[in-house]
Ligand binder design. Structure first.
Ligand code: TMP
Ligand code: ASP
Length: 237
């Protein structure tokens, strides 16, 4: 499948139209962004690592019964995906407190959250992705009540599939963000990506950060850590 034209350039990925109206190509770039695009750097191999990591995780999710956008790996940096009409809210599940939850509620990083929490954020860099609730999503027409319920159920399902997968590799899945879209048949499908750019992963014993917080906090060895995460779950990059 060939790229025909650029549809959208995000902070870390570019989306291309193909000859097939129902298929897009996602190109994972080396650009790494934090703080809503305020900090951007090129990290060598990050695009390739995230493309292959995402494909591997999406395959595991498909096998466990979660519909995903991913069709196939096309090259080191490109994947073929189904075209979705993306819902502009991000779904976040947290198993342990970190990041904006700590800042907002003044709780200590690492506090175990039982049961895990669920939050929606509006995807809008200019507004710094504000937290929104279900009534906002419905009133502003971002999603229907039924779609919201499905996104919640699917996000918790992904948590129940991926938490044990990472734990087997000696890591805690601290939190993660998912984005969903609607396919040509009206089904809610998992889109965007699941990579260490959009989740937090800590070594279960040392609590060493192995995700994009290494970039946000200037801890170094960002791509090396992503490769270590992949290797611990059985993917050698
Ligand atoms: P937060 O602690 O900054 O709210 O982020 C929670 C999780 O969601 C964390 O793993 C990072 C991820 N996330 C993104 O990947 N992109 C985003 O725009 C937001 C708000 C969160
Ligand atoms: N993904 C967002 C950005 O790149 C937020 C973040 O990860 O810090 O700016």
């Amino acid at each position: 499948m060939q790229k025909v034209s650029e549809l959208y350039r995000g902070k870390a990925k570019t989306v291309f139209v193909t000859e097939d109206p129902n298929k897009l190509i996602l190109e994972f770039r080396d650009d790494t962004s934090a703080f809503d695009g305020e900090k951007i750097e090129q990290l060598s191999r990050k695009g390739e690592v995230n493309n292959k990591f995402n494909h591997y995780i999406m395959q595991q999710l498909e096998e466990a019964g979660v519909k995903t956008q991913v069709e196939s790996l096309l090259s080191d940096n490109e994947s073929l995906v189904k075209k979705l009409d993306m819902i502009p809210v991000e779904c976040v599940v947290r198993n342990f407190a970190a990041g904006s939850l700590c800042r907002r509620l003044g709780v200590e990083e690492g506090l175990a959250l039982s049961p895990p929490t669920f939050e929606f954020f509006l995807k809008n860099d200019a507004l710094h992705d504000p937290m929104v609730n279900e009534t906002h999503a419905i009133s502003f027409g971002w999603a229907t009540e039924d779609q919201i319920e499905q996104m919640k159920v699917l996000t918790f399902k992904v948590n129940s599939i991926l938490s044990p997968l990472f734990l087997d590799g000696g890591m805690l899945l601290v939190d993660f963000k998912l984005e969903f879209g609607v396919d040509a048949d009206g089904n809610i499908v998992l889109g965007d990506e699941f990579t260490p750019d959009g989740c937090r992963l800590w070594d279960k014993d040392t609590k060493k950060k192995l995700d994009k917080d290494r970039f946000r906090q200037g801890l170094g060895s960002v791509v090396e850590s992503y490769i270590e995460v992949a290797s611990r779950i059985g993917l050698d990059l």
